[in-house]
Ligand binder design. Sequence first.
Ligand code: ZN
Ligand code: ZN
Length: 325
Amino acid sequence: MPVLQRHKQGLYCPAADAWIDPSWPVERALITHAHADHARAGSREYWAIGQSAGVLRQRLGQDIKLHSVTYGEEFTLGQATLSFHSAGHVLGSAQIRVEVEGEVWLVTGDYKRCHDPSCEPFESVKCDVMITESTFGLPIYRWESGQDVAKNIHAWWTAANERPSLLFCYAFGKAQRVLAELKAIGVEDEVLLHGAVQTITKHYQEAGVDMVQTRPVSELDRKDPLKGRLIIAPPSAYRSAWMRRFKEPQTAFASGWMTVRGARRRKGYERGFVLSDHADWNGLLKTIKESEAKQVYVTHGQDDVVAKYLREIEGIKADPLKSLS
Ligand SMILES: [Zn+2]
Ligand SMILES: [Zn+2]
């Protein structure tokens, strides 16, 4: 029997009688990280990295039954030995290693290889079978360092001293990475936050992540024109009633998808910053090779392209995850 099986609900480990990132309520859920497509409400018990507890409880309910684990800590469920290893994706994100009768499978969850001052760095884990994400699995995706992107964001913001600068990005992970990267390049100014970004940033502050000073924009006088200020907001606030408060703001979006110029134009943002919390093409290949996996399953995004490339160019046994049953 394979160590992990793919079902509609997610990945199931029969030896542990546990699911990884299930999309439906189950008895035992092992959670790679607190993003909504990985962590769903309704399961009876959860296992996750302790640093993700704040965001998980905020999203799934304060009273969930949560077993907090630390990176590298081994524990047993049924016949399986499990451990969580840093994925470098967001605060508390993990890859999950599952060992049954000497065979090691690894589920990467979402991960990245670039340095990110807002979370633990990625840890390379050896395994027999690897299930890797491939969100940005095309050679056009190559990331600049977060520091360089932060310098560009800072230059864009400070060049506009007569207008407020509205930067849109995901509220959990991306926003805090921007705040930490700005701090790392020596920015001293305060950054204003939309309420949804504020709530998540609080959990990062509690975890001791070093970021620039922040304040909820709601605390400022509504008549304040906010000239020369940087405000970070989630994409859902773009063109919303909330945005009417700002007079002639300049707007930008920060995401890995900004690599594709069409995406930027369609949405109407004036500026796009390429900043991703997923591995780029080189990061994916490097990680797959370092794992020394004998079989790789690819999921999310460019699964077919990456699997074909691995088979034909790298000589690695690889298939899209959808072929696993
Ligand atoms: Zn994620
Ligand atoms: Zn994801």
